[in-house]
Write a protein that binds this ligand. Structure first.
Ligand code: ADP
Length: 621
């Protein structure tokens, strides 16, 4: 990366930091200005007090000066404490919010990228750089912090040491006359800068190399995080226990990960072991030079012995201030890599969701969707999982989509919801290509219960409403329709009962069937004109399944409903059944019509499954 790009990224990072935590830099500036100013101001005021004493000024003047000194100190202390606390709070805030844009991006990015392992690798790399190695926005902030401190340290120490540079000898310096030449002063200042530049270079190399080492740990870090999270989830307990999976995880991953981390740590130690003594040695040499310079000048009567401490202290501060400034600049240069990874992630264009047309809100729910010769293959794969599918969803009808596992049913729904776009062909809503619609608007017409739906450790009400605040009456109505009324009545805090026990020991554990009903209630609460249920009863017991199906018209009302199931018996109540096979729509019709075609896939599937049905009557149905 070129320097200009690094500079642009750093400036952008600071602008973003200011947006994320307004006022953070102002407070850091105040705190560090006060911190740097206090010792110098005290040295100055103490000097004036001594002057007043030496000049025999009246006691009243002296008391005034002492009073001012005390007041100034109190004011500085108060400002330092107030700004210090504010800065601590803002650091915590920054730590909590810098990742937010990443998560917002995941929410809005093309779904194909969400499912792509490379997206998760990129995220984990950013986390390593910004959390484990401490780069990114926190680094920007700390560098600003130290940079301001370093700048004022340099400024104030220069005012303290200027006397050392200009002082002339009281007696003949002989061979040491060069110490008093302006060129030697320039040389000392250059040596200070050189020392700082060398430290900056060391620090740059050190951080660049350690960054490379840390970044190389991304795959092991991701694995580590995965297993660590998994093992801690109490829901994993049963399988871990019964199959002693912890042993497998330990020997397959944890042990090797620990070894890898040891190896990484070894590399980092080696790196530090090289650079740190080098920096330390140079610092000692530099200090000796400063002592010798000041002591020799004092020896030739340039200033009193009392000033030696001031000048040595001032020159040391000047050196450490310059070192700090340059080191921070070098760290900022290295930090640009982390910022690049961060902004590359958030800037990645969303190709898909660019449509702008708004979806007309229709009270009559007349939304007609049609697939036109649609084929699809997943990115990075070779075979079409949908082949030339043409179909129209009949408004207000209940439709079933059946077919063997892997025949493309769920994929068809993913295309319908525009999680993916067709590889060939197109889909229309009321005659217009769905890509032209604003995506959020378009998604608003669908409620979907996916096969692998997820509920979260929020309250029951929040899970159903997918919102913090909700209409309790409607939530109850939806839970009632979904058949969860009895269970809801038994929940200790009603709709406020937490699902699962992750955060609340009074949370409830729910069965797979209950979870499915809650997910159904969530879909109903959204009240979208299309309701799609992917294997909606897979986890239900036969009685609940029967209940859901017998009340289905009531449950979904006048919405267009699409069921997906590989269980044909679940779908025969639908007047319109679509049969998928190996990615193609091979048959469509009512149960009786489809069964009448003895050569059709439906007939074959029905009879293959019929052997599992309870009664002969059911088989005939
Ligand atoms: P069904 O819902 O009928 O069981 P799916 O639509 O889930 O079938 O899957 C159809 C085919 O697409 C299967 O072969 C499946 O392995 C494949 N598939 C599903 N999701 C992905 C994915 N994200 N990437 C690649 N292939 C996938």
């Amino acid at each position: 990366m070129r320097f200009k790009e690094k500079l642009t990224l750093t400036l952008r990072g600071y602008r973003m930091l200011h947006q994320l935590v307004p006022g953070a830099m102002l407070w850091a500036f105040v705190q560090n200005l006060v911190r740097a100013l206090t010792p110098f101001l005290n040295v100055y005021l103490s000097g004036r007090i001594i002057d007043f004493l030496a000049q025999g000024r009246p006691l009243r003047d002296l008391l005034w000066l002492v009073g001012i000194t005390v007041m100034v100190n109190a004011l500085l202390k108060l400002t330092e404490q107030a700004s210090g606390r504010t800065v601590d709070y803002l650091i915590e805030k920054l730590d909590a919010v810098w990742e937010k844009p990443l998560y917002e991006k995941i929410q809005t990015m093309d779904y194909a990228r969400v499912e792509d392992v490379r997206t998760h690798a990129a995220l984990s790399e950013i986390e390593i750089m910004c959390s484990t190695s401490g780069f990114g926005f926190m680094r920007l902030y700390f560098s600003f912090f130290h940079g301001v401190r370093g700048f004022f340290l340099v400024l104030f120490s220069l005012t303290l040491t200027i006397g050392a540079f200009i002082a002339q000898p009281a007696r003949e310096a002989g061979g040491f006359r060069f110490l008093f030449s302006p060129w030697f002063t320039v040389l000392i200042l250059l040596a200070t800068l050189g020392h700082a530049a060398f430290s900056g270079l060391c620090s740059y190399r050190k951080t660049k190399k350690s960054n490379r080492i840390y970044r190389s740990t991304e795959p092991i870090n991701r694995q580590w995080m995965y297993w660590w999270r998994r093992i801690r989830q109490y829901q994993m307990g049963k399988d871990l226990k019964v199959y002693a999976l912890d042993r497998l995880i330990d020997s397959a991953y944890i042990q090797t990960t620990i070894q890898d981390f040891h190896a990484v740590n070894g590399q980092i130690q080696k790196l530090l072991g090289f650079y740190e003594p080098l920096e330390g040695a140079l610092s000692v040499v530099f200090r000796i030079v400063i002592y010798a310079y000041v002591a020799l000048k004092a020896l030739f009567g340039a200033f009193g012995v009392g000033s030696i401490v001031q000048y040595v202290g001032g020159l040391s501060q000047l050196s450490s201030g310059t070192v700090r400034l340059i080191q921070e600049i070098s760290v900022l240069i290295s930090n640009a890599d982390a910022l690049k990874a961060y902004f590359d992630f958030t800037d990645a264009p969303n190709q898909k969701y660019q449509g702008t047309l708004s979806v007309e809100k229709r009270a009559d729910n007349e939304y007609e969707i049609e697939f036109h010769d649609v084929s699809f293959r997943y990115p990075g794969t070779e075979t079409d999982v949908l082949r030339h599918v043409s179909l129209k969803f009949n408004i207000g009808q209940k439709m079933a989509v059946v077919g063997r596992n892997g025949s493309g049913k769920t994929t068809m729904i993913k295309l319908l919801c525009r999680l993916y776009d067709p590889t060939e062909g197109f889909i229309t809503l009321n005659g217009i290509d769905i890509r032209k619609y604003d995506y959020e608007d378009y998604l608003g017409i669908f409620s979907v219960v996916f096969q692998d739906f997820k509920l979260f450790s929020f309250s029951l009400g929040q899970n159903v409403a997918a919102s913090v605040s909700y209409d309790a009456h409607r939530v109850q109505e939806c839970l009632h329709k979904a058949g969860l009324e009895d269970r809801m009545d038994r929940m200790p805090k009603g709709l406020d009962t937490a699902l699962y026990k992750d955060f609340d020991e009074d949370g409830v554990e729910i069965s797979g069937g209950e979870a499915q009903k809650i997910a159904l209630a969530r879909a109903l609460y959204k009240n979208a004109p299309f309701i799609i249920l992917d294997e909606p009863t897979a986890a239900l017991d036969p009685l609940s399944e029967f209940e859901i199906y017998s009340h289905f018209d009531q449950i979904v009302g006048d919405k267009t409903a699409v069921y997906i199931s590989h269980r044909l018996s679940s779908c025969r109540f639908c007047s319109d059944i679509l049969v998928f096979d190996e990615g193609s729509l091979v048959q469509r019709g009512s149960h009786d019509q489809l069964l009448a075609d003895r050569l059709g896939r439906y007939y074959e599937l029905w009879h293959a499954q019929a052997q599992y049905y309870d009664t002969a009557a059911e088989r005939k149905a």
